[in-house]
Design a protein around this ligand. Structure first.
Ligand SMILES: *Cc1c(COP(=O)(O)O)cnc(C)c1O
Length: 453
């Protein structure tokens, strides 16, 4: 029998524990901005009303995950919780060796310490910043090969995270198989705006890698969000379960890197998985140096239990439908009010185009930072500038990212966020740019001090 259909996509959970939000006055928020020298990283979280700084480790766990926290086995070696974790990760990846790590970058450091060195190239659609940093630290070069549409904020391509197959083949031909120890694919493509990669593209990249015997790994942080986009956008995929798509994606790979702070829906954790026994022996030995014995890898038994349960929940279609819908809902609202954003909206964040919104503020006066600080001043929102303030040498665009934590905010929170942005847009003529008065030698966005021009 056909069930009734309703338009409203509801949060597929109810709330049994709440955390109050603190609402400061305009005067208090202005004081905090002054004290923090207009750097939102320097404002304490308690002075924020809605925190959209990142979706990493900021999600809410389910009652079953919390039950797993109590039930965690804290034995040093061979804990029951490790085997629960291993079973779930293997159930998705089918990889032979499963190593927990304390977060994604720990897996990166171990892997690239082994395979990276001067003269080597690691290819990717787009490297995430910690991935790039860990590769470059070994002397190897991190090369981005995303398709041209992926660099164009106005392109409506359904899979803007895809890798350019011709560029991949040319690069291999030009530099030689022996100088390319690995090809990675980041799903969804975080640095490219959370844009998905198609199943077909993953299959083709895998085929090219297998022909040349180059290991192909997934940077899998948002594997479930990516699978949902495949189901919705790729021809012939609509009838499949998310888990089925996820398993097919991993079947084309030889290993994976993961930050469990994203699609494993926990606050800390990660993994490194792979098939090659020789590489696995290296990983085990190096892992023991910094992460600990291979059955806990820098995590408590309770963390492993929470990851195992999070992996069961993240592939539920109800959850993913709600997750992607909340992003699209905010995006649609902003487009309706003529606020320039990157489209199509990605899987974990909405990006405001500050350059288009604030043409009267030149890029050297950081329009993105002006917008982000104004969103805090007016509505208590925390977002993050991704533009000339964050990347002094090579900013491609002037963006403000609103990342949505998993299962934390409800539709009325998102409505409020939309209302604040529209209000700020109405008052934008009065907004002014910034100049930097003090900055550290690198990664300046975390601690630099600014003043209004
Ligand atoms: C978050 C992230 C990482 C790094 O993971 P951490 O857990 O923050 O160390 C690597 N790659 C991508 C694509 C990410 O989003």
């Amino acid at each position: 029998m056909q069930d009734f259909e309703f338009k409203t996509i509801i949060e597929p959970f109810r709330i049994k524990m709440v955390e109050p939000l603190s609402r400061l006055s305009l005067k208090e928020r202005e004081e905090w901005l002054g004290r923090a020298h207009y750097n939102l990283f320097l404002i304490p979280a308690e002075a924020i009303l809605i925190d959209l700084l990142t979706d990493s480790g900021t999600g809410a766990m389910s009652s079953k995950q919390w039950a797993g926290m109590i039930d965690g086995d804290e034995s040093y070696a061979g804990a029951r919780s490790f085997f629960a974790f291993e079973r779930e990760v293997k159930g998705l990846t089918s990889h032979a060796f499963i190593f927990p790590t304390h977060q994604g970058r720990a897996a990166e450091r171990i892997l690239f310490t082994i395979i990276g060195k001067k003269g080597k190239y690691i290819l990717n659609n787009n490297h995430f910043d910690t991935t790039r940093a860990n590769i470059e630290y070994t002397g190897a070069e991190a090369v981005d090969l995303v398709i041209e549409e992926g660099k164009n904020p106005r392109s409506e391509h359904p899979f803007k995270g895809n890798m350019d197959l011709d560029k991949l083949k040319d690069f291999i031909k030009q530099k030689g198989v022996e100088n390319i120890p690995m090809v990675l694919m980041t799903v969804t493509n975080n640095s490219g705006g959370g844009q998905p990669v198609s199943l077909e593209n993953i299959k083709q990249v895998s085929k090219i890698c297998r022909t040349h015997k180059i290991p192909f790994f997934l940077d899998a942080c948002r594997f479930a969000e990516n699978a949902y986009f495949i189901k919705k956008r790729e021809p012939g995929q609509a009838h499949r379960t998310i888990k089925d798509i996820v398993c097919e994606v991993f079947s084309y790979t030889d290993g994976s890197l993961m930050s469990a702070k994203k699609d494993a829906m926990v606050n800390i954790g990660g993994w490194l998985t792979l098939n090659d026994p020789e590489l696995a022996a290296h990983v085990k030995n190096l892992g023991i140096l910094t992460e600990g014995f291979p059955t806990y890898g820098g995590l408590a038994g309770r963390d492993l239990e929470a990851i195992a349960q999070g992996l069961r929940e993240v592939v539920e279609e109800d959850y993913l439908q709600y997750r992607i819908a909340s992003m699209e809902y905010l995006g649609r609202h902003l487009v309706k009010h003529d606020i320039p954003i990157l489209t199509p909206v990605g899987g974990h964040a909405v990006y405001l185009d500050a350059k288009a919104m604030l043409p009267h503020i030149p890029t050297h006066q950081f329009p993105g930072q002006a917008l982000a600080t104004e969103l805090y001043r007016v509505g208590g929102l925390r977002s993050v500038e991704i533009g000339s303030f964050m990347f002094p040498q090579n900013a491609k665009m002037e963006l403000v990212r609103l990342a949505i934590p998993r299962r934390v905010y409800t539709q009325s929170h998102i409505d409020y966020v939309g209302e604040v942005i529209v209000k700020v847009n109405e008052m934008k003529k009065q907004m002014r740019g910034f100049r930097i008065v003090e900055e550290p030698p690198f990664l300046r966005h975390f601690s630099a001090k600014l003043e209004r021009v």
